[in-house]
Design a protein around this ligand. Sequence first.
Ligand code: NAD
Length: 351
Amino acid sequence: MKKKILITGGAGFIGSHVVRLFVNKYPEYQIVNLDALTYAGNLENLKDIDSKPNYTFVKGDITNLEFVTELFKDFQFDGVLHLAAESHVDRSISDPLAFITTNIVGTVNLLNAAKEIWKDNMEGKRFYHISTDEVYGSLGETGKFLETTPYDPRSPYSASKASSDHLVRAYFHTYNMPVVLSNCSNNYGANQFPEKLIPLVINNIKNSKPLPIYGKGENVRDWLFVEDHALAIDMIYHKGKTGETYNIGGNNEWTNIDLVRKLCDIMDKKLNQKIGTSQKLITFVKDRAGHDLRYAIDATKIKNELGWEPSIQFEEGFEQTIDWYLENTNWLENILSGDYEKYYEQQYDKR
Ligand code: NAD
């Protein structure tokens, strides 16, 4: 019988790349994508694989315990890759409770449902929680996050992810749940909701709108191509040691302002504009509350234990990403509907 794998949040940015990879690479698995299709979920992200026989989509909310319990009883999953989350730091500042509900309560619902169906035999089962480097807090100018770095979350988003990480580990120690975790740096690539820096800047340049940059743009992030993250997730799901955590990163640090300037120059070339045209749109706005200065990942453990390293050079992945947003205008236009426009105005236009 085919192994049944649940991927939560598969209609979102990273989840869609993970679902595609698993559906194409493992015809011997039945992949079930559970997603509530919030503002960030979009089935268009998966239209190339949605008729594959080993793929099933289920619309549902991980915060609904009754629904989650029934789903696990019906499908008897062998494994779970949990990516569903509220993922945008700015939204967590304006509405923390949504993050607590989805990221913490939703994760516990999945853990409980898995524990119940696996209680007699955990052999060959796996619960994989996909998390963020933001749980470690903020670095100064030097140093990198290790798996042993103490947690120090600063935003409601990172605090909710830290809490869910702790709960997943608690289920390992308390109930012997076969868990594995990873904490990854910032991802870039196709299918990312345009409230996040890179697609937001691309879209605003296209529409000659201001490019809002928090503070002085000095915050540093480590950027990883989303398809490389998906490959790391595949490797950790299949080869990671139970109970362990793996840091995933691109070894590719950029200040926000340098990244945006680079993006502006590439966009000018692609739009046949004079170099410097897009940079004129850069607008510094009031800094995000509690804005972490720097994140950087030490990904030695995953390299040494599992042999994973980023495979795509930043220059190549970045160019490919920009081309994707320029080519997929319908995707962007469909997303930039009423609700998002309202949110965007609240966030930036009144500063
Ligand atoms: P995303 O916001 O693009 O997608 C999240 C998906 O979860 C959406 O499809 C949404 O519909 C779904 N979802 C939200 N609430 C749900 C609920 N209650 N029930 C069912 N589905 C629900 O997020 P993303 O950027 O793809 O991130 C995916 C995961 O990876 C998250 O757990 C995030 O914390 C983690 N992560 C993201 C990054 C990054 O750079 N984007 C980096 C490291 C880790």
